[in-house]
Design a protein. Structure first.
Length: 202
């Protein structure tokens, strides 16, 4: 899904989004952790647009029904409820990346121990760490998605350590981060990766 406000209103919403961004300091990390390829301010502008859109539809509907049925309560009620609904819609959309990032993080932590054990078996049999990551790039849900991205980055020309560091930066799971840092330290120091994996699995 393209989380972008329409181009025609974007110039008006982006300055507002820049102001709101200061109240949502973790937005960039949440978007990265949710695997959403969006600029924070553009996503906030999208959230503002969708909330205003919902508010205007509600307001127009309330006033329209009030006029059609000559019930003043509809008009008055819509004037009161619209700001509340608009705010609620904005919050629900703006915090969607945070919720999604937490869900991905929990899924990674559930599957990571099994993926690491699989990698340990592969590396113990003489297969390289890279090939071991290829072997776990499926079957382990969100953890596999992350290893698949690492493998793709390496295939695209990134150094193995750089690909692992980038993975740490976009993943909110502390368990995953600690595990990858230990692998990076092993690679940099020339230590036995098998022993590192054994430590992580135990």
């Amino acid at each position: 899904m393209d989380y972008q406000a329409p181009d025609v209103v974007k110039p008006y919403l982006l300055p507002l989004a820049e102001s709101i961004h200061g109240f949502l300091p973790g937005m960039e990390d949440d978007l990265r952790g949710a695997r959403m390829e969006n600029d924070p301010e553009e996503y906030i502008a999208f959230s503002v647009f969708k909330s205003l859109q919902a508010g205007l539809v509600l307001l127009a509907s309330g006033i329209g029904f009030g006029y059609m049925f000559e019930i003043e309560l509809f008009t008055t009620g819509s004037l009161i409820v619209t700001p509340v609904v608009t705010g609620f819609v904005f919050i629900s959309i703006a915090f969607r990346p945070k919720i999604k990032a937490k869900r991905i993080s929990r899924n990674i932590e559930k599957n990571l121990p099994y993926a690491l054990r699989h990698m340990l078996i592969e590396v113990s049999s003489g297969i390289s760490l890279y090939q071991a990551m290829v072997s776990v790039s499926e079957d382990y849900e969100e953890a596999s998605d992350e290893f698949e991205k690492i493998v793709s980055d390496i295939q695209g020309g990134k150094a193995q350590v750089e690909a692992l560091e980038d993975s740490i930066a976009r993943t909110q799971s502390q368990m995953y981060r600690r595990s990858m840092w230990q692998l990076i330290n092993s690679i940099k120091s020339g230590a036995n990766v098998t022993q590192t994996l054994e430590t992580l699995v135990d």
